[in-house]
Structures are given as C-alpha cells and as structure tokens.
Design a protein around this ligand. Sequence first.
Ligand code: PMP
Length: 392
Amino acid sequence: MKGFEYLQAELDDMKKAGTFRKLVPLQTAQGSKVTIDGREVIQLSSNNYLGLTSHPRLRQAAIDASRKFGAGTGSVRTIAGTLTMHEQLEKKLATFKRTEASLVFQSGFTTNQGVLSAILSAEDVVISDELNHASIIDGIRLTKAGRRVYKHVDMKSLETALKETGNYRTRLIVTDGVFSMDGNIAPLPEIVDLAEKYDALIMVDDAHASGVLGKNGRGTVNHFGLDGRVHIQVGTLSKGIGVLGGYVASTRTLIDYLIHKGRPFLFSTSHPPGVTMACMEAIDVLLEEPGLIERLWENTKFFKKGLITLGYNTGMSETPITPVFVGDEALAHGFSDKLMEYGVFAQGIAFPTVAKGSARVRTIVTAQHSKQELQQALDAFEKAGKDLGIIG
Ligand code: PMP
C-alpha cells in the first residue's frame, strides 16, 4: 500500500546509521535467564526488580481472580467497570505509601499523563527535571501550564526557576524518584526544602523506586524520611510490583478530583481481575518477604562493583539500574549485540530515549539473579568490552 514512503525513508536512514532495532521476543517467562532465538541468556534488561512477574503467589492470585471474576471488566471505572477489588487495591496502596488515598490507572505512563493534564492549567507552572521520564514530558505537553525545565538534579537551577515563577497560582515541581536511564536518586530532601521555602507542590514519579527503596519498597519519599511532605507520589505496578498499571497516592481531594478529571481513568477500561488481584498480592509479598529487597541490593552492589572494576563508566548510578556508557549510538547497539553473542541480554539505549552522544547499554539486576549468573555476565562484559575496545 502506498502512502508511507516518507516513514520508510526515515527507517532506511536508521538502518544505515545502525540504529534500527528489532523487537526481541522472549520464548520463556521473564526471569534471571530467558530464552531468545532458542538460546538461554542472562536477562539484564527487565524492570522485574524482585522477580515478582513469575512469583508463585502472584500467579496463583491471578489464576484465582480470573476463574472467579473473568478475564476482563467490560467498562471504564466511572461507568460500570469498578470492582470492589479495585478499591481494595487502592486502599492497600494508600496505606503502603502512607497517604490518604490512591487511584490506579492503566499504566505508569497514563498516570503521569492523567495527573499532569488534569491538575494544571494556564494559571499554573510546572517545573521539571530535564531527565524526567517521557510520560512526564508528554503529560506536561498536554497542559496549558507554564513550563520550566531545570538542569538535572541541579538545585541552583531549580531555585532560579522557583524565584522566577512567583506570579503563578500553583507551582508544581516534578521529578523522577530514581532516574530510569541513569539510575541515580533525586535529591528529594533538598527539593522538599526548596518547595517549602517557595510554597510549591512536589510530584515524584517512583516507577523505579517502588519495591526497591524505602521500608518494604515504599519508594524514595519513605527512603528519605519525607512521608507527608511530598504532595503527589506516582508509581507503577509494572516494574518492582511485577504486573501492570500505575497509581497516584496523595490526598483525598486530589484523588476525588482525578476520578472526575483524569482522562485515562475516565476513558479507558479498568484493569482485569487477574491483574488487580496479582497487584494486591504483590504488596503483601513486599510486606512479608523483605529478603527479596535485600537480595536485590546485594546483587546490585556486587554487579556495579564488578563493572567499575572492569573499567566501565557507570555514571551517577546508585540503584539496580546501572548504565554502561559508550557514547556512540551504533557502538551501544553493537555492544549489546556482542553481549548477546556471549549470552547476556542487555539492551543498547540511544537517542531519542537518551541525549545524543550519551548512548549506553543499560543493565538492571534483579533479586532473582544468582551470584554465578552475575559473574558470568561480568565475564561477558569483559570479553565484549575488550573485543570492541571499550575497555583496555
Ligand atoms: N515513569 C518512569 C520513570 C518510567 O521509567 C516508566 C517506565 N518506562 C514509566 C513511568 C511508565 O510506567 P509503565 O511502564 O507502568 O507505563
């Protein structure tokens, strides 16, 4: 069919530049090892921090709920698609996050879009870290609010933005709790101090901190002892929690407002019973099996230290997300391909996901990896890096 030649031309350019990527289908369940193209390889690319995607308790919860309540819900939440279990999950999440209330969206992505687009208008301004996730950027694009972007985790730059925006009704500072491509933690105590000094609100996206940081994985706000001082906490149910969805935890007022104005919440069908009950089970697992988070951090320290000892540049990383910087886009993809040859699945990440010139292979260890698997992965990093001249 004719009509998409201009798109094909762009794809052809990407092929020439070595940046065209094929999807990588897994032939097995997500885990520390997965089968790709018939070969078992070590998985270092998932967000399955605690291995909950295939935890027996979550599987069972999903099966039981699907048997009893069916595969889908048949409606959006605000018409006929709210099950009591949706509200139970929201209560559980609010208690877990130590907030008054919470609301579940279809994904972390739509949560950010839905919250930002609902609560900000032309009288308001949003002040956003330059490395915030795409869903925050897109959410901001959907509002008529003023926009200021501050330099990554740079408190001087944030304070300048606050000083220059005193005439707006509401100033909302937005930051990732853990930055998804660099693995560093936002300086929340300083952000909270500035917000309180300038009477601004704060929204934290804890997609990569839920199940990872704080008591039982409550996230960055709890990690820094800032419960009650951050106005909006967004999280995902798709990473540490191991299932699918997003949520916002905040005051009753904000949640009631979003029930009426959060567009993805209003116009997109609610979560299936299996997903909802598996998410609920995941919160119980976090509360009852703290050893998982301990193992995640042990593995993180072991693997990060190993990469640094090999001579790799892992930037600002301080969490299970460890980028291995190479700079050049084609080299990042070539590095990823070479690692795959040596039995390790670690994706190359390049523009537009990260800035031009800062391409990297991003690794994420999980609680499921054994020391032996991680050592095997480090051996592969050593061989691949030497083959390509990335390390000496
Ligand atoms: N926020 C951040 C910081 C993320 O990294 C992601 C996941 N890519 C999301 C939001 C979106 O979450 P989800 O995958 O649940 O849509």
